[in-house]
Design a protein around this ligand. Structure first.
Ligand code: PRP
Ligand code: URA
Length: 213
């Protein structure tokens, strides 16, 4: 993992880089695309959760009693930004099966590129949980900024955001709006085009995961 600047990280693991290349390929079909996003959820989630706090509990092995660490505190909250963020959830749940899952519904207006909220349901008490927000794409950053505003308005504090691909301008905007959260991207791409799509990117993540369009 490479620190790009304060609280902003880019994953460097070769498996993550390899899988992102498979996603970029326009000939990768829906089945394979969805499976790779799932695998990336697991790999990126594993990396982003490497600083979870531990506490010792007592356990009895077949040999003797000992103190041994478990994840401390409330269960993790995974919060996908609908729709595309859903694709990353099952891979993270494979790592942390006891996690709670919230949902934030946002869609980006095709003309203005501004996000519009249509749903928000979070596990309580949200203020006591580490919250992992997922969305494959951080383009203008508008959707991620609004999603995190919604989480903070409801009391969320310990927030991490993971995206497969980021645009430098959108990630910077997100960091400036929420300097306290950790932002992780699988790859920081060149930038946005006139339609606010990430270049080279992978196209429309939601459409490619769900086979719409
Ligand atoms: C995509 C993507 C992000 C958002 C990124 O979702 O999954 O949520 O755009 O763009 P931004 O950083 O400029 O806000 P979209 O709004 O297309 O909805 P979908 O997931 O339902 O396809
Ligand atoms: N949303 C996507 O799915 N892809 C982009 O490149 C930008 C926004």
């Amino acid at each position: 993992m490479k620190k790009l600047y304060d609280n902003v990280y880019e994953f460097t693991h070769p498996l993550i880089q390899h899988k992102i290349t498979m996603l970029r390929d326009k000939n990768t079909g829906t089945n394979e695309f969805r499976a790779i996003v799932d695998e990336l959820g697991m790999l990126m989630g594993y990396e982003a959760l490497s600083d979870l706090e531990l506490e010792d509990i007592e356990v009895e092995t077949p040999i003797e009693k000992c103190k041994s660490p478990v994840i401390a505190g409330r269960k993790l909250a995974i919060v996908p930004i609908l729709r595309a963020g859903l694709g990353l959830v099952s891979g993270i749940l494979a790592l942390v099966p006891t996690a709670k899952v919230g949902h934030i519904g946002l869609y980006r207006d095709e003309v203005t590129h501004e996000p519009h909220e249509y749903y928000c349901k979070l596990p309580s008490p949200i203020e006591e949980r580490v919250i992992l927000v997922t969305d494959p794409m951080i383009a203008t950053g508008g959707s991620a900024i609004d999603a995190i505003n919604l989480i903070k308005q409801r009391g969320g504090k310990k927030i991490k955001m993971i995206g497969i691909i980021g645009a430098p301008e959108g990630v910077k905007r997100l960091h400036e709006a929420h300097p306290d959260i950790e932002i992780y991207v699988g790859h920081m791409d060149r930038g946005l085009n006139e339609n606010a799509y990430i270049c080279p990117g992978l196209g429309d993540a939601g459409d490619r995961i769900f086979g719409t369009k």
